[in-house]
Design a binder for this molecule. Sequence first.
Ligand SMILES: [Cu+2]
Length: 486
Amino acid sequence: MNPSRRSLLVGAAGLALTTQTARAADRKVLRLHYRTIEVDGKPAKRYRVSQPAGEWGLALQQGDMFDVRLENDLDVLSGLHWHGLNPPWRQDGVPYLSAPPIVPGKFADYSFPAQPVGTRWMHSHFGLQEQNLAAAPLIVRETDAIRSGIQEVVVMFEDFSWRQPGEIFAELRKPKPAMAMGSSMPMAGNMPMTGGMTGMARGGSTNMASGGDAMKPDLNDVTYDAYLANDRTFADPEVFDVEEGANVRLRLINGSASSNFMVEFDGVEVTLLTVDGNPIAPLKLRALPLATAQRADVVIRMPADGRAIPVVARGEGRTLQTGVILRPIGATVKKVPTNGAMAAPALGLALEKELRASAPLASRPADRSVPVDLTGNMAAYVWGIGVHGQEAMPVTVEKGERVELAMRNTTMMSHPMHLHGHSFQVVEIDGQRLSGAIRDTVLVPPQTTIKVAFDADNPGMWAYHCHNLYHMQAGMFATVVYRGFS
Ligand SMILES: [Cu+2]
């Protein structure tokens, strides 16, 4: 498409921004396009988001504007959501809620302050495209990170299946045989799930074997063929050259569609600096839980013995793993198997309870407290969000309010809950108050209640949903709507 034709299409893209001419010189271009990757030696045609020169995603600096032209070079409707940034709602990239999707061959322009700073990411919010790798890192580098001179390594983890996502979803939604479902199972769509049904109502290749264990949480709906780190498996991992004994800042992004990971660093203790891009009181740890859509920045000091360190993300409840290698000059790189010795444990709340925001919300009582039930019926593969006990109700708020969402997970699966347009603080876990992390995505494990608080300072209509792609597609999607917007 030539430039003059492009300029004619600005209005058609659905975002009329007055600043676009003035800032055209600084504008970055991102393209949604097809590419072929290789997984286990076989080619796979998938989506990619890159700049014209090939850079995956986007890196900005603190204080920058987010000035982006997003071109859709696919042959399907698409778009991108800027996960973790808090833009004006019309630029949030949720099709039909914030703006129409971008039609093939056209583009949309975005212009807003790139805030908050930190490790963010971008992904399609259209249909099931995210499963086919329509995602990329979006980093707004903090001034102090830049000044520190510490080497940075960005790693995005994804899950990969040879099956098309539509096929995966259709199989999940297939009616389950009645005799396999037990007698105590609720039949109505809105009833809480019991453990009995989660273990028994599954079958075939989507079952990850929670067996018949009645009260055992269910970890994975989808059995993936591979996990990827920066698009690669341990058969051919990305290797980063680092200095022996030096500090390296890892910006870790769980860009998967429906996989929670446990990340380890070859037994080396690392320092956790941020979660979802937001600083916390630094914590030392050896294993980092990273739920779908969450991010974490850790600093690792490369060991004095000069050996290479694999950064390994293993799927919750699985032995399958992926990762990258940090290699000091001259170190040999040992092969890392694509399956670990033991399955990674289920992600819990032990770390979440330890996290303390470096810059918590100002202390103030909530003006509005909203009970939110996370519901599901595994047999029908229907998931939901009940707001004030009512499925499909928006959370309504007034500008200026302090709002608390009390999320109660009535199901036997965990749900990474994401609110668009706002950063929230974790303020209560199972009845215990805390000044927890500032996040945009919090994992709510089975049968737990987590309260988050946010300031209603970004008027509009916002998506509020489970970030497990298949749960969202099956109904676990609500909205936060400011008065005056509808
Ligand atoms: Cu979910």
